[in-house]
Design a binder for this molecule. Structure first.
Ligand code: FAD
Length: 541
């Protein structure tokens, strides 16, 4: 027999991996070899609007893991499921497990509704097999691994799931602090090696030679080799990468952003003497609000695909803070940053408690089909937003950074999302989809949560009339205009913050001569229209 660890889209690592650690220990106990399996499911990628960059990142990491697993005499085998047969994975997998003589299957839970249904079907099939004595009837377990505090663990005093972030955050921080030792001392044991003989095991032997594909059909990088090069440069994988990204954040001095080129080894970076106070994490309260500084961790893609354990940020912050409590609050940079990790958990918990958010429904049912979105003939406005040609420089800069890097600063994500759903009054689901297709850190929970927050259809208790003003926001987060000048070269001749609102000082003719565009909406009028639409929708809902 063999023990099978099923590697998923969100747990691509060897260390502190709950299912892998369990499967590895069990294989040793039973004296049978461990097999690592990864299933590519293009049908699921399409259903989730998963983009080529996110998939390329995953393939690169799997190629790295293949080598690391092999060092432990463990094969990493992959299966590509037919695009039209994504719902057939449970049957296909159970047949394979039987063919391999597997004694058990272990994986980490993916909280999206289709994925949960798939796992339930596997549990049912194995149960039936146990009863009938036909087919794979071994042990099957799914582990909670993707969050610090897993969905379902925290409830309100009334025993209900939290629907509002602030009380969740307080309870989350208390919970983490009360169980701090569990988080700080890694609970998951290390990966244990198979005996040398695994390499000649009849089932495993050919799997060692199996190659990880470099592309998935239908999900090739649009920009070909050039884009592949950029992605490898900005989002590297391999030995020590996540440690190095985190160290830049926890020990290096804040500097002007190079807008992410390159993120690692930054030649002109220096370590500070008192990281708790003056490193990027130490100054996170200010740094996170400036797009022209390199003030955030850039760890999101690595957390989203599980290259780093969700518990690692807790350990890092705890060690750095040097106190018995984990700081989690607005009083310090470290505490503020830890709150963001709480946001990540919050959105996973929302996705689990209200699975309708995975099914293109708003969290707030008042807005279920009630908002009258603007008509956008031929989709020209949506296209202008995607292309970074709206005539609002901060929006355009941000959208261009997304296209080039597969990443966008959090402040900009909020601005462009508010702009699409309020100023253009275009269905937020169009924006969610485009983000998902283009972000390397794309994750349904955080992306959907962020979009519904901006579109006022989500958990945020603030009413719909919070509408970001892209011009005043731009002056706050990019006071000198450097970020905009970098991404919108047409405007490089404009000095200082005048770059944020060219239409205020330049004629339409001059703006066109520069190669730029006039604003596609009047923000003040659009704001009034959006408020009216939302007001009517709320009344209808
Ligand atoms: P840091 O500021 O260093 O934060 C540390 C970590 O905390 C992040 O890596 C991330 O895992 C988590 N985090 C931070 N802010 C949030 C947040 N608001 N919600 C949830 N988690 C958070 N984040 C994603 O990981 N994937 C997405 O698909 C995604 N889509 C978004 C869409 C919109 C419209 C908005 C407004 C936000 C979205 N975010 C998403 C959240 C946030 O913008 C990114 O996590 C952050 O910009 C990543 O940069 P960083 O790693 O430097 O973050």
């Amino acid at each position: 027999g063999v023990v099978v660890y099923w590697s998923r889209n969100k747990d691509l690592r060897l260390v502190d991996n709950t299912a892998l650690s369990y499967a590895s220990a069990l294989a040793q106990d039973l004296g049978v070899p461990l097999l690592a399996l990864h299933i590519f499911s293009p049908g699921d990628y399409a259903a989730h609007d998963r983009g080529p960059r996110r998939i390329d990142f995953q393939l690169r990491q799997l190629a790295y893991l293949k080598v690391e697993f092999a060092k432990h005499h463990i094969p990493l085998f992959t299966i590509t499921q037919d695009r039209k047969k994504r719902k057939d994975i449970p049957r296909m997998l159970c047949e394979k497990l039987e063919e391999w003589g597997a004694v058990g299957l272990f994986a980490n839970v993916e909280y999206e509704v289709d994925e949960l249904r798939r796992d339930i079907e596997i549990l049912e099939r194995t149960k039936e097999a146990r009863q009938s004595g036909k087919g794979f009837g071994g042990q099957v377990e799914f582990f909670k691994d993707f969050c610090v505090v897993s969905p379902g663990e925290l409830l309100t005093k009334q025993g209900k799931p939290y629907s509002v972030y602030s009380p969740w955050q307080r309870n989350w921080a208390d919970h983490v602090n009360s169980n701090l030792q569990d988080y700080v001392s890694q609970q998951n044991g290390p990966l244990l090696a198979n005996p040398d003989s695994a390499k000649s095991h009849p089932i495993l032997k050919p799997m060692f030679d199996h190659e990880i594909p470099t592309e998935i059909e239908g999900f090739e990088l649009e920009g070909g080799d050039e884009e592949a090069k950029t992605m490898r440069h900005i989002w590297p994988v391999g030995d020590g990468i996540t440690e190095s990204i985190m160290r830049r954040f926890t020990h290096n001095k804040m500097r002007e952003a190079k807008f992410f080129e390159p993120p690692l080894e930054g030649e002109d970076e220096e370590e500070v003497d008192d990281p708790k106070k003056s490193s990027k994490i130490g100054k996170y309260q200010e740094g996170r609000n400036r797009v022209d500084w390199d003030g955030t961790s850039h760890i999101s893609a690595y957390l989203a695909a599980g290259l780093i354990s969700p518990r690692e940020p807790i350990r890092i912050a705890y060690k750095l803070a040097g106190s018995r409590e984990l700081p989690a609050g607005r009083d310090s940079g470290i505490g503020m940053w830890i709150q963001e990790i709480g946001w990540r958990d919050f959105y996973q918990h929302v996705l689990c408690a209200w699975p309708r958010v995975c099914m293109t429904k708003p969290f707030n049912l008042n807005y279920d089909g009630t908002i009258e979105w603007a008509t956008d003939d031929d989709g020209a406005k949506l296209q202008a937003w995607k292309d970074g040609k709206t005539g609002f420089p901060i929006v355009d800069a941000a959208m261009r950074s997304l296209k080039k890097q597969g990443y966008m600063h959090n402040r900009c994500r909020m601005i462009v999302a508010s702009f699409l759903s309020k100023d253009l009054l275009i269905d937020w689901r169009e924006g969610e989809k485009y983000f998902s297709q283009n972000l390397v850190d794309a994750d349904l929970g955080s992306n959907n949560g962020g979009w519904q927050w901006a579109a006022s259809t989500g958990t945020d208790p603030q009413p719909y009339f919070r509408i970001f003003n892209p011009l005043s926001q731009a002056e706050k987060i990019d006071p000198n205009g450097d970020y905009v000048r970098y991404w919108v070269p047409e405007l490089r001749s404009l000095k200082g913050k005048s770059v944020h609102n060219p239409a205020a000082t330049l004629s339409e003719k001059k703006i066109k001569e520069l190669g730029y565009v006039m604003p596609i909406v009047d923000h003040a009028k659009a704001r009034v229209k959006a408020i009216d639409s939302y007001k009517e929708a709320s009344a209808r809902g």
